[in-house]
Ligand binder design. Structure first.
Ligand SMILES: Cc1ncc(COP(=O)(O)O)c(C=O)c1O
Length: 435
C-alpha cells in the first residue's frame, strides 16, 4: 500500500485527497522535496507556519538539546526554565502591556483560552466576531467562525455569538466604497451590540488580517473605530494572531500596526516553526483573574516546543525576517498589481508582508468568484514547481504565504510560474476542458 492509499484507508481527514498531490520526502528553507525527487518552491509554509524556514538549524539544535534532557515533565506541574524564558520573551516582543501568557498546543486552544479568560475577567458571556472569520475547529471556536459551510453538521453550536460585517472592501457587505464609506463596517459594530446581544458582551474577537476568509486586510481606520465602540461598551478586544504573528505580516505581530493594543492576543502557527505550541498573552490584571484550577493543558508549554519557540523568535529577530517579509511582500504586491493588468482572472490583489491573496474572478465587472479556476491555477503552479494555497470564503483566493526566508530570486521564480499558470488557465481551451 502506498502512502496515498494508507491515507485513504486509515486517516480520518476531510481534506483528502491532499491537494496538491505531493508526497513529501524532506524540506529545506523555502523548498519541499517530494519522494519522487521533485523539489518545489514552497509558497504556503505548511499553512503559514514555518516562518523561519524548513529544517531551520537553530530550531533543530534547540529542540535536540531540549530532547536530550527531557521531552515532557508537565510545564504546569513543575517550573520549566524554557517556559519561563519563553513567557518573558513574549512579554518583551508583544505590544506594550501584554505580559502574561498561557500555553496550549493549537491555534484553536489558544482562542478557547482567550474566550475563557475574557469571560472570567469581565464576568460576561457573549462575544462578537466577524463574518468570514476563522478561529478554529473546536466547538467554541467554530461558533465564532463566519463561514456557515465550516459549521455544517456540527450544530448545535455555542450560543451567545453575534456577527459583525467583515471589513472586506473588495466585496463590501454594506455595498459601499472605501474611503467614501467612512469605514461604516466599523460603526456597524455598535448596531451589533444594540440589536444582536443581550448587553453582556465579554469581548470582540478579530484577525488583524483575515486569513482563511481570503487574506482580507481591514482599512487602517477599522480597528481604532471598533476599539472606541468596544471601550464604550466595556468589552475587551481579542486579536486572533494565530496566523498573522511572528513576522508574517512584516512586523513581529500584526497588532503593532492596527492602531490599537489588544487586551488579549492569541498566537500559534509560526511560534515554534512547526512544533505544536500556542499561547494567548494578556495584561496581568486579566491573566490573574483565573483562579487555581480554572484552566489547564497537559501538553501546554511542552519543553521541546518551548525551546524551539525561543530559538525561532531569536532567529526571526537576528535575521530581521519581519522586515524581509515586508520588503519581499511589497515586491510581490507590486508585481501582482502589474500582472493584474494583463491577467483578467485577477479580481483583487491584497496582503501585508508575506500574507498575500490573489482573488480570482470570472468577470471583473460582476466579480463572480472563480473557485474552479483557482484550483486549476494551484495545480498548474504545482506542475511548474510552485506550491501555493487556495482558499478564501468562496474558494477563489490563491494564497502566497511562503517561509519568510524566501529569497528574491525564489520569489521572482514563483511570480513567473504564477503568471504562466494564470495565462494557461485563462486560455479558453483550459477553461472548457475543466468544465
Ligand atoms: C486566525 C486563526 N485562528 C485560529 C486558527 C486555528 O488554528 P489551529 O488549526 O492550530 O487550531 C487558525 C487556523 O488556520 C487561524 O488562521
Amino acid at each position: 500500500m502506498d502512502t496515498k492509499e494508507k491515507y485513504a484507508k486509515y486517516v480520518v481527514t476531510s481534506h483528502a485527497p491532499p491537494m496538491p498531490p505531493v508526497e513529501v520526502s524532506h524540506a529545506q528553507g523555502a523548498t519541499i522535496t517530494a519522494t519522487d525527487g521533485t523539489t518545489y518552491l514552497d509558497g504556503f509554509a505548511g499553512y503559514s507556519v514555518v516562518n523561519a524556514g524548513h529544517s531551520n538549524p537553530d530550531v533543530i539544535a534547540a529542540a535536540k538539546s531540549a530532547m536530550d534532557r527531557h521531552i515532557h515533565v508537565g510545564s504546569y506541574l513543575y517550573y520549566a526554565p524554557a517556559v519561563g524564558d519563553l513567557a518573558e520573551k513574549l512579554a518583551e516582543i508583544t505590544p506594550r502591556r501584554l505580559e502574561q501568557s498561557f500555553f496550549g498546543n493549537s491555534g484553536a486552544e489558544a482562542v478557547e483560552g482567550a474566550l475563557r479568560i475574557a469571560k472570567t475577567f469581565t464576568n460576561r458571556n457573549e462575544f462578537i466576531a466577524l463574518q468570514y472569520s476563522f478561529h478554529g475547529r473546536t466547538l467554541g471556536t467554530l461558533s465564532l467562525g463566519g463561514n456557515a459551510r465550516r459549521k455544517r453538521r456540527a450544530g448545535p453550536l455555542v450560543s451567545g455569538v453575534a456577527m459583525a460585517p467583515a471589513p472586506y472592501c473588495y466585496r463590501c457587505p454594506l455595498h459601499l466604497t472605501y474611503p467614501s464609506c467612512n469605514v461604516a463596517c466599523a460603526a456597524e459594530v455598535e448596531r451589533v451590540f444594540d440589536t444582536q446581544t443581550s448587553g453582556n458582551v465579554a469581548a470582540m474577537i478579530a484577525e488583524p488580517v483575515m486569513g482563511e476568509g481570503g487574506i482580507i486586510v481591514p482599512p487602517p481606520e477599522y480597528f481604532p473605530k471598533v476599539s472606541r465602540i468596544l471601550r464604550s461598551n466595556d468589552a475587551l478586544f481579542i486579536a486572533d494572531e494565530v496566523q498573522t504573528s511572528f513576522g508574517r505580516t512584516g512586523t513581529m505581530f500584526a497588532s503593532e500596526e492596527i492602531g490599537v493594543e489588544p487586551d488579549i492576543l492569541t498566537m500559534a502557527k509560526g511560534i515554534a516553526n512547526g512544533f505544536p505550541l500556542s499561547a494567548f498573552i494578556t495584561r496581568p490584571e486579566i491573566g490573574e483573574s483565573f483562579l487555581p484550577g480554572d484552566h489547564f493543558s497537559t501538553f501546554g508549554g511542552n519543553l521541546v516546543a518551548a525551546a524551539a519557540a525561543i530559538a525561532t523568535v531569536n532567529y526571526l529577530e537576528r535575521e530581521n525576517l519581519a522586515q524581509h517579509a515586508r520588503y519581499i511582500g511589497q515586491h510581490v504586491l507590486d508585481a501582482l498589481a502589474r500582472m493584474q493588468r494583463d491577467q483578467s482572472l485577477i479580481g483583487d490583489v491584497r496582503g501585508k508582508g508575506l500574507m498575500i491573496g490573489i482573488e480570482l474572478v470570472k468577470d471583473r465587472e460582476t466579480k463572480s468568484p472563480a473557485p474552479d479556476e483557482a484550483k486549476q491555477v494551484q495545480e498548474e503552479c504545482r506542475k511548474a514547481g510552485l506550491l501555493v494555497g487556495c482558499g478564501g470564503f468562496y474558494g477563489n483566493v490563491i494564497r502566497f504565504q511562503p517561509p519568510l526566508v524566501i529569497t528574491m530570486a525564489q520569489t521572482d521564480r514563483a511570480l513567473d510560474i504564477l503568471d504562466s499558470a494564470l495565462s494557461e488557465v485563462a486560455r479558453p481551451t483550459a477553461v472548457l476542458s475543466a468544465s
